[in-house]
Design a protein around this ligand. Structure first.
Ligand code: RB5
Length: 391
């Protein structure tokens, strides 16, 4: 590609753009003018910044020039995009350094603060200066790129690294019924029977014909219970160590479960399931909205989703945090963060937004005398619910 410059301005930068454009052509550049036009008296600079950014991202232009009243709005917008390094320059020396040290690819100009002739000198300097390629500058630019990609990754990732590493530290204890996962082993019979009862009631088909995905399957306690009744079970978890434990335990007990180390957001939604389980997992994830959306996308029409978690109430703070972690020592201190607990109404909203109808909800309560978990009407602390995908 011979050097192509994509240029855009808002109304405040229009006049300067009209000066710069023919100037670029006299310098030998091919120019793509992305607006605005003369008759547009009041436009919004983000709309024009994006057009130039797209030209660079799609390799239709080598450089971009963005002009608004101050240059600030244009540079702010352009720098939100990965692969774009936009600089607002108001003198020739800084422009030279922006290219030599910063390898900037978009020049922003503030038309209200930069005289036309100076603007032309800045443009020429920008386009005619090469990146120095010195290792110190390359190293700094690499760091800059990493910041962009890690923040981008965060907004599309649903697992929380701290939560995952908390679980990874307990990985050796998954199948020790008296170890750190004792509460899950104690709770497992009641949640298993609730899920199976609701599947039978709502699906009315042979369990052996159903496919189920256990999201956040951990060491496989619940996945195995589901597989034992004949359901075709797959389990996924973002903690690699959990998957290894789950795979080796299933092998040991002769169960055929397809485990995979992957996050729900990374899983292809080509394969759909009759049942998706989000059991004791939603309180550990980030971007719950995305997590729920992705999980629900994996359901077949009329598929069922089961979610269990802990309500965010004063009672749950007393029982699930103070009681379970500090008094009874059921769980290591810090296992749960009360602020991450979710009210049933919050879960119900996510279901509704994703075309799922709430079918049933029940509380789960520990009976200290009988030393067992029972279903209860109160959803103040632990609860489980079931929704069905609308067809
Ligand atoms: C438009 O009046 C003005 O706000 C805009 O051109 C720019 O200066 C924003 O940064």
């Amino acid at each position: 590609m011979s050097d192509v410059v994509s240029i855009a301005s808002d109304h405040a930068g229009y006049e300067l753009k009209s000066e710069i454009k023919p100037y670029l052509e006299t310098l030998g550049y091919k120019v793509v003018d992305q607006g605005c036009a003369a008759e547009q008296k009041c436009v919004d600079y983000p709309d024009y910044a994006v057009k130039v950014v797209e030209d660079i991202t799609n390799k239709k232009a080598n450089y971009g020039i963005l002009i608004c009243g101050t240059g600030l709005g244009m540079s702010t917008v352009a720098n939100r995009f990965e692969g774009i390094h936009a600089v607002l320059c108001n003198n020739v020396e800084i422009t030279k350094l922006a290219r030599e040290h910063g390898n900037a690819n978009v020049l922003c100009l503030g038309a209200r603060f930069t005289a036309n002739e100076l603007a032309k000198d800045i443009v020429k300097q920008f386009l005619e200066t090469e990146f120095s390629k010195e290792s110190r500058h390359k190293k700094r630019l690499d760091k800059l790129c990493n910041i962009t990609s890690s923040s981008k990754k965060k907004s599309t990732q649903t697992y929380n690294e701290d939560e995952v590493s908390k679980l990874a530290r307990m990985v050796g204890e998954w199948w020790d019924e008296n170890g750190k996962f004792k509460p899950l082993h104690m709770m497992n019979p009641i949640r298993t029977s609730y899920i199976i009862e609701k599947i039978k009631e709502l699906k009315k088909s042979d369990l052996k014909e159903l496919s189920l995905l256990d999201v956040g399957c951990g060491g496989g306690i619940l996945s195995e219970s589901m597989a034992r009744v004949g359901i075709n079970v797959a389990g996924i978890d973002v903690c690699k160590e959990n998957i290894k434990v789950a795979q080796s335990h299933a092998k040991k007990v002769g169960l055929n479960i397809e485990y995979k180390h992957i996050g729900v957001e990374e899983l292809s939604n080509d394969k759909k399931y009759d049942v998706v389980l989000l059991i004791e997992v939603v309180e550990h994830v980030d971007n719950l909205e995305l997590f729920m959306k992705k999980a629900i996308e994996l359901l077949k029409p009329e598929g069922l989703i089961f979610i269990s978690t802990i309500n965010r109430t004063i009672k749950s703070f007393c029982l699930a945090i103070i009681g379970a972690e500090y008094v009874l020592n059921w769980l290591p201190k810090g296992t749960h963060n009360w602020n991450r607990f979710l009210k049933p109404s919050e879960i119900a909203n996510h279901l509704r937004e994703n075309n799922v109808t709430l079918q049933n909800m029940a509380g789960m309560e520990y009976n200290v005398i009988k030393r067992e978990w029972n279903l209860t009407q109160s959803v103040d602390v632990n609860y489980i619910l079931c929704g069905s995908m609308n067809s």
